[in-house]
Design a protein around this ligand. Structure first.
Ligand code: PEP
Length: 271
C-alpha cells in the first residue's frame, strides 16, 4: 500500500513571519485533527528552511531546488550538505518553473537526483509535458525521456538504495515513508493556470510513469514509488484526484499558500 502524500509548494511566496506562522498553525491543526491524515510535506523557499526546521513535527520539509555539487563556486546555489545541516527532508527536482525559466534539463535534474539520494535526502522529481506536447500526442515520449535521461545520471549505488527501500517497504507492509523518491506528474499547461488535467488523463499518465519506472528499476520498486499529481489542485477538486487508485497524492502550489485551504485538502484524502 502506498500511503497518500500531499505536498505544498510555496514557490517564491511568504515572508519569514508568515512562513513561521503558517508552519506552526498547520502543525497544530494536524495535531488536533481526528481525521486519518496522509503524509504531508511543504516545499519552502530556501531562506526560511533553517528557521522552520526546528518547528518540524509531523510535516516533512523540502527545499525547492538544490545544486548537485557538495560545495564550490556556484553563487546563488544551495547544496545537499547545507540541507543536511538544517535537517531538511529533501528537495523538489526540476519543477516545471525551473525547467521553463532557469534552463533545468533532464541532465541537470539527474545530477540533482543523484546528489540528494546518495546523501539519504529525499527527492520529488517533477515531470510533465507542455501544452504543445500534449496536443501533438507526444506527451508519453516526453515523460519517458524525462525519466530515463535523468535516472541514467544516477549511480548504481543510488539505484540500489531506491530498490532496497522499496523492498523494505513492501516486505514489512508498514509505511516506511516517505520513500527516498517520489515522482510528481505536473502537466505544464495545468500549473497555476486553473486548468487542471482530467482525472482520467492523470490516471493514464500515472500508469504509464509506473511502467517506465519498472523498466528503470524493477516492478517491485516501481510499485512502491509514489506518483503525485500537480496542476491546479484545490479543495474543490482534490477529492477526485486523491481517490483515484493510480494517484498517490498531490503537489499543490497556489492552493497551499493558505494553511486553512491546505489543511482542508490534507483532510480530504480519506474520503
Ligand atoms: C506547483 O507549483 O507545483 C503547482 C502544481 O502549482 P498550482 O497548484 O498552482 O497549479
Amino acid at each position: 500500500m502506498r500511503k497518500k502524500y500531499v505536498v505544498g509548494n510555496w514557490k517564491m511566496f511568504k515572508t519569514s513571519e508568515t512562513a513561521l506562522n503558517y508552519f506552526s498553525d498547520l502543525q497544530n491543526k494536524l495535531r488536533d485533527s481526528t481525521t486519518v491524515l496522509p503524509d504531508i510535506g511543504i516545499c519552502s523557499p530556501a531562506v526560511f528552511l533553517q528557521e522552520l526546521s526546528p518547528l518540524k513535527r509531523s510535516v516533512h520539509l523540502y527545499a525547492q531546488n538544490v545544486h548537485w555539487e557538495p560545495e564550490g563556486a556556484f553563487t546563488g546555489e544551495i547544496s545537499t550538505q547545507m540541507l543536511l545541516g538544517c535537517n531538511i527532508t529533501g528537495s523538489l527536482v526540476a519543477h516545471s518553473e525551473r525547467r521553463q525559466y532557469f534552463n533545468e534539463t533532464n541532465l541537470s535534474a539527474g545530477k540533482k537526483l543523484n546528489a540528494l539520494l546518495s546523501q539519504n535526502l529525499q527527492a520529488i522529481y517533477c515531470v510533465g509535458e507542455s501544452l504543445q506536447e500534449r496536443e501533438s500526442g507526444e506527451f508519453n515520449n516526453i515523460i519517458e525521456t524525462q525519466l530515463k535521461d535523468a535516472f541514467i545520471q544516477c549511480s548504481q549505488e543510488v539505484k540500489n538504495h531506491i530498490q532496497t527501500s522499496a523492498k523494505e517497504h513492501n516486505s514489512t507492509q508498514i509505511s516506511v515513508h516517505p520513500q527516498p523518491l517520489s515522482i510528481a506528474y505536473e502537466p505544464v499547461w495545468a500549473i497555476g493556470t486553473g486548468k487542471a488535467a482530467t482525472v482520467k488523463d492523470a490516471h493514464d499518465v500515472h500508469q504509464f510513469i509506473r511502467k517506465v519506472l519498472s523498466e528503470i528499476f524493477d516492478h517491485e520498486t516501481a510499485n512502491s514509488i509514489r506518483i503525485l499529481y500537480g496542476g491546479s489542485v484545490k479543495a474543490s477538486n482534490a477529492v477526485e484526484y486523491l481517490s483515484d487508485d493510480k494517484i498517490d497524492g498531490a503537489l499543490i502550489g497556489g492552493a497551499s499558500l493558505n494553511p486553512d485551504d491546505f489543511f482542508k485538502i490534507c483532510c480530504l484524502t480519506n474520503l
